[in-house]
Design a protein around this ligand. Structure first.
Ligand code: SF4
Ligand code: F3S
Length: 453
């Protein structure tokens, strides 16, 4: 039997989809090239914006219509399945299963039932499902991949006033540390070179070791990961997202500075530059404390690059507030930023706030922030031309199959001209950055870095 997956939203969703794909493969299913011929379609959904949900409504409608002419099972999972489960079931009676965030262990039974031509009925009422019953998948490794995501915590306790995540993913739950370390061993054996630790707020990682009752926080987890990796020495880059600036401790900065395996690239979402707006967003830090933190990080880890998220057009935002945001962008000089404008999200506190900013004004303000950030990113990238850096070679280039493609520790794209040596795919190389075209470096390979050097 064949399946087709459509995933929306953040990396956590992609990691969760990959873990369900693994389960399907283990049960003998095969991937279909097309959603329109698959026996099973799974939509892993995101609730962060109305547009993301509207798109999924369209997809569900499309697949339900197909059921008139062919045999097909449709499953909706992810954040929409958690947020509007009943509405989905009512609106689309032909939808077979809606699997909420805390019921993912029912997938095995569902897949067995589909294989046997039965319908699976969950005996537990969804109202009884405890919110702390989130299950971390054993692994979200995708066959042949050099990069892997490892979820370490789920949920969020912060309730930023614009964000739906705490309502769909529930409160923070941390994954067992031994499972995380064991997953690193498995990934190293499978040829993975780069790992990203995932969580809505990784800095809140909190695990109590059963034998010793020792509390393991995020800095200690990173230290243990660094020691574990030394044994195999194949995974050279470890990253993590997302960090809440209010929780990023000096102890964590020390660990990153000390352990070279952690990429010199930190994502530190600022969201806004104005204290008034930060307070309305319930971010729990000030512009001054954020800038002081960025300064401490840069001082202790001089080769670090910072990236961020910026949310423009929050209710009540004035021109002065926009200036404060532009100023923080100029001061920190981010390597990259994910910039977006505010969209009211039903079910969040900010939804009821007065003084919404008109769409044209939001767009114009966002354009100004994007223009400034792009100029800074380009300047920073240009300044790196001529340097020799480590690059993970990932594939042949999409635009030219005679060239190799990879990325740097800072996540920048790199294309290598010259002789094509496919054996370099999946390897780290030292390369000289020889030029910049748009957002992609051109580079020349100096040498291959062997696994155990
Ligand atoms: Fe949402 Fe704020 Fe939690 Fe991030 S920290 S997931 S923005 S509530
Ligand atoms: Fe979207 Fe849920 Fe992620 S709302 S951004 S998929 S946590």
């Amino acid at each position: 039997m064949t399946y087709f997956f459509e995933t929306y939203g953040c990396q956590m969703n992609y990691a969760e989809s990959a873990s369900v794909v693994r389960l399907l493969l283990d049960l003998g299913w095969t991937a279909s090239d097309s959603a329109d011929t698959a026996d099973l379609v799974i939509l892993n959904t995101c609730s962060v914006r109305i547009t993301a949900e509207t798109r999924v409504f369209g997809r569900i409608y499309h697949f339900c219509a197909q059921k008139r002419t062919r045999k097909l099972t449709i499953i909706v999972m992810g954040c929409m399945a958690e947020r509007i489960r009943d509405e989905l079931k009512k609106k689309y009676p032909k939808l077979d299963y809606v699997v909420g965030m805390f019921e993912r262990d029912t997938f095995v039974e569902i897949f067995h039932a589909i294989g046997a031509g039965r319908t699976y009925t969950n005996s537990v009422s969804t109202d009884e499902t405890p919110v702390n019953s989130y299950h971390f998948a054993q692994s979200s490794y995708e066959k042949g991949a050099f990069q892997a995501n490892v979820p370490i915590m789920n949920g969020c306790n912060n309730f930023c006033s614009y964000c739906i995540v705490p309502y769909v993913r529930g409160r923070e739950v941390s994954r067992n540390m031994e499972d995380i370390l064991a997953e690193f061993d498995t990934l190293a054996d499978q040829g993975v070179r780069e790992v990203t630790l995932l969580g809505q707020n990784v800095n809140s990682y909190h695990y109590v070791e059963p034998e010793t009752a020792t509390i393991i926080g995020f800095p200690e987890l990173l230290t243990r990961i660094a020691r574990r990796i030394e044994v195999k020495n194949r995974i050279r880059w470890v990253r993590f997202i997302s960090s809440h600036p209010k929780d990023l401790s000096d102890e964590l900065i020390e660990v990153i500075a000390r352990e070279r395996v952690f990429c010199r690239y930190l994502h530190l979402p600022v969201q806004h530059g104005s204290n008034r707006i930060l307070e309305a967003m319930n971010r729990k830090y000030t512009r001054e404390s954020y800038l002081a933190l960025a300064e401490r990080i840069k001082k202790r880890i001089p080769d670090v690059a910072l990236s961020t998220d910026i949310l423009v057009g929050f209710p009540g935002e004035t021109e002065e507030d926009v200036e404060a945001t532009l100023d923080i962008v100029r001061t920190v000089r981010y390597e990259a930023a994910f910039m977006y404008h505010y969209n009211p999200r039903e079910g969040t506190k900010a939804f009821d706030m007065q003084n919404r900013i008109p769409d044209e004004v939001k767009k114009e303000r966002l354009a100004r922030v994007i223009k400034l950030q792009h100029a800074i990113s380009t300047e920073l990238m240009r300044a790196r031309v001529g340097l020799t850096v480590m690059v993970l070679v990932e594939s042949t280039s999409r635009n030219n199959p005679d060239e190799l493609f990879g990325h740097t520790e800072l996540g920048e794209m790199v294309v290598f001209g010259g002789t094509l040596d496919r054996t370099l795919i999946g390897q780290f190389v030292e390369a000289e950055l020889t030029g910049l075209r748009g957002r992609t470096f051109r580079a020349k390979i100096d040498k291959r870095i062997s696994d155990f050097s």
